[in-house]
Ligand binder design. Structure first.
Ligand SMILES: [Zn+2]
Length: 347
């Protein structure tokens, strides 16, 4: 079985839920490098993968969301980029036992790239490639790029995958309550761009919970013929008695999984705050629906010129002069927002 088999069977399919949330619930404190856990406590990571497969996940993700050389360098682990990714991939494969496909998870680098920061597009692509090569050597079935906010950055990540292998790519952005990335790009235009750049599946993850994701996913489905994925978080966390709690129950997530599928989503799962209990309810709801109805047929619409020009400002390659004028625009994301985005999602 391959991702292409799932793409062609006209049925909805279920991703797993959060890995970071589960590691935290199992006592891994947040000052640790979560990606290194595949070396330090491989049995814990394997057990979580197994719980998701038992709950009904047909696609699971490696514990490598932050396993790029930039983020690993914060723990002096950048020299082990290849090893961590390869071991994580093998752990997931062994845990899946052929009952689920394994996606190699790649998140943002955690630094700003041009024109917002000093790292060039070519440097970003080379950094992503190190992670891709480890995941491929470990035997993943596909690559999943997730929680990206900067269209230019995910374009380089897609390019790194294409440079290194011919595996299918799932490409997911993250949005805010307004339905755009922090760079101001609409979900619909993200879908068009990801499609043009060669992603096999395009979608959203993390963000602001399933309800807010619904309208944006519908706009994406209208803007591309690629299959759509949605992995919302369990709402934004609230502080209760000093602990961060996610408030969306498994039943609530399952109800929205059905709604997401009615809007055209073909791959549904969960991000931060979701657990095997959420995935079990989602799988039950999705498969109950799959027995009675197929997802709706979709016809792509062209994104409006006004919307396109917004994204062109943020995502297209342009002259140094245009880049420098763009950098001074008010839509430039604040550093605090970028830090929060990369920290909040542990996927
Ligand atoms: Zn997340």
């Amino acid at each position: 079985m391959t991702l292409h088999d799932l793409l062609n069977d006209d049925r909805p399919h279920v991703f797993d839920g959060a890995m970071g949330t589960m590691l935290y619930q199992n006592g891994v404190f947040i000052n640790r490098c979560y990606d290194e856990i595949v070396l330090k406590q491989p049995e814990l990571v394997s057990r979580i993968h197994e719980q998701y497969v038992a709950a009904g996940a047909e696609l699971i993700e490696t514990n490598t969301f932050g396993a790029n050389p930039v983020k690993l360098a914060e723990y002096s682990l950048d020299a082990q980029t290849h090893e961590i990714n390869a071991v994580a991939a093998k752990l997931a494969r062994d845990a899946a036992k052929g009952r689920a496909l394994v996606g190699g998870a790649i998140g943002p680098l955690g630094i700003r790239i041009e024109p917002y920061g000093p790292t060039s597009l070519a440097e970003a692509r080379a950094l992503f490639r190190q992670q891709v090569e480890g995941l491929v050597d470990g035997g993943v079935d596909f690559i999943i790029l997730e929680t990206f906010a900067d269209p230019s950055e995910i374009r380089e990540a897609i390019g790194a995958v294409r440079d290194a292998c011919d595996l299918p790519v799932v490409a997911q952005m993250t949005i805010n309550e307004a339905g755009t990335t922090v760079y101001g790009t609409s979900a619909a235009l993200c879908a068009q761009r990801l499609d043009e750049w060669g992603a096999d599946v395009v979608g959203l993850n993390c963000s602001v919970g399933p309800h807010a994701m619904l309208a944006s996913v519908e706009a994406m489905a209208a803007a591309t013929t690629r299959k759509i994925s949605a992995q919302p978080n369990a709402g934004l966390p609230r502080e209760i008695h000093g602990r961060k709690m996610y408030m969306a129950s498994p039943e609530y997530m399952a109800k929205y999984a059905q709604r997401l599928i009615r809007t055209g989503v073909r791959f549904v799962g969960g991000c931060c705050g979701t657990t095997p209990a959420h995935i079990r309810q989602i799988a039950d709801a999705v498969h109950a629906r799959g027995r009675t109805a197929s997802p709706p047929a979709r016809r792509p619409r062209t994104v409006s010129r006004a919307s396109r020009s917004r994204a062109d400002r943020t995502s297209a390659r342009s002259s140094p002069r245009a880049r420098s004028s763009r950098a001074s625009r008010s839509c430039r994301p604040r550093a605090s927002i970028l830090r929060r985005c990369s920290r909040v999602c542990s996927c």
